[in-house]
Design a protein around this ligand. Structure first.
Ligand code: SAM
Ligand code: GLN
Length: 284
């Protein structure tokens, strides 16, 4: 079969399996098999696949048809232009979280401190912590997670992006992971925020492949915000900021919760789809 024929046939198969953007997904898998940039496929439509190439592609398309995320099949994803390895022990970084990381490094740049300190609470793959360390070379970043398996992935990602020496990792439940006397100029977090009962109705790529410990935010999805609103303030330096991602429809509950704990809400920002997604707060 030619490149074009195999793209058409595989895309039809993924369509039947309910996969979103089936043609794009097929092209990305085929580009991976052929070790070509995706755009180069268009110059090779008439090329015949070898039987080894066709076999490899068939295997990957089958996995994608079983709704395994593309990022797991490829072993990595891109986050703010950095390559971040992923597996079943970490949440696949989402595009909207890039906006949170960007708000973080822009704040650090605007403060112009000699050696700012940052905490990434619930680091997962390490994506946010690593971006902060790459974009703000003077920053000292601490990344925490309750999952030791996630921290293995996060450490590898820091090393692969050249910031292994700049990001420290600590394992533990919530703020218990922090060394004594930790204070930060920026605390940033994308905590689990899905109401537990909603997990079963998520798309299979999320429900069956992201670790549930990275998704489950308790009965109403707000458990981590209750903890963070109550405790994060005592770890923040004067003039520091706390930036958070949150789920659909949670903005007004969060505003109330944080104001009740003496935070000043500076901004609620939207994601790429114009949904309210990020909260930026500070102390007086
Ligand atoms: N920061 C990554 C990102 O944005 O892609 C991962 C975010 S994921 C939604 C939430 C992370 O919080 C998971 O890695 C999970 O293991 C971690 N987590 C869950 N419960 C925790 C706890 N009690 N203390 C610290 N981290 C926790
Ligand atoms: N944004 C993720 C999703 O849509 C959830 C991540 C989280 O709970 N922080 O599934």
């Amino acid at each position: 079969m030619t490149v074009l024929e195999v793209i058409q046939k595989s895309a039809e198969f993924l369509t039947r399996k309910g996969v979103e953007s089936p043609r794009l997904q097929t092209e990305l898998l085929l580009a991976h098999v052929l070790k070509l940039p995706r755009m180069k496929l268009y110059l090779n439509f008439e090329r015949q696949l070898t039987s080894a190439e066709a076999d490899s592609l068939r295997e990957l398309v089958k996995r994608r048809g079983q709704r395994e995320p593309l990022q797991h099949i490829l072993g990595a994803t891109s986050f703010c232009g950095l390559e971040i390895a992923v597996n079943r022990n970490v949440l696949v970084p989402r595009p909207e979280t890039e906006l949170l990381a960007e708000a973080g490094w822009q704040f650090l740049a605007s403060r112009n401190l000699a050696s700012p300190t940052c905490l990434d609470f619930g680091t997962g793959s390490g994506c946010i912590a690593i971006v902060l360390a790459v974009k703000c070379p003077a920053a000292r970043v601490l990344a925490t997670d309750v999952s030791p398996e996630a921290l293995v992935v996060a450490k590898e990602n820091a090393a692969r992006n050249g910031v292994g020496g700049k990001v420290q990792f600590a394992c533990g439940d919530g703020f218990a992971a922090l060394p004594a006397d930790s204070y930060f100029d920026l605390i940033i977090s994308n905590p689990p925020y899905i109401p537990n009962a909603e997990i079963v109705s998520l798309q299979p790529e999320v429900r069956d492949f992201d670790p549930h410990g990275a998704l489950e935010g308790g009965v109403d999805g707000l458990d981590f915000y209750r903890l963070l609103a109550a405790e994060a303030g005592s770890f923040l330096n004067p003039c520091g900021k706390f930036m958070l991602e949150f789920g659909d429809g949670q903005a007004s509950a969060l505003r109330e919760m944080f104001e009740a704990q003496k935070w000043i809400v500076e901004a609620v920002r939207e994601d790429y789809t114009q949904r309210q997604r990020f909260l930026i707060v500070r102390r007086d």
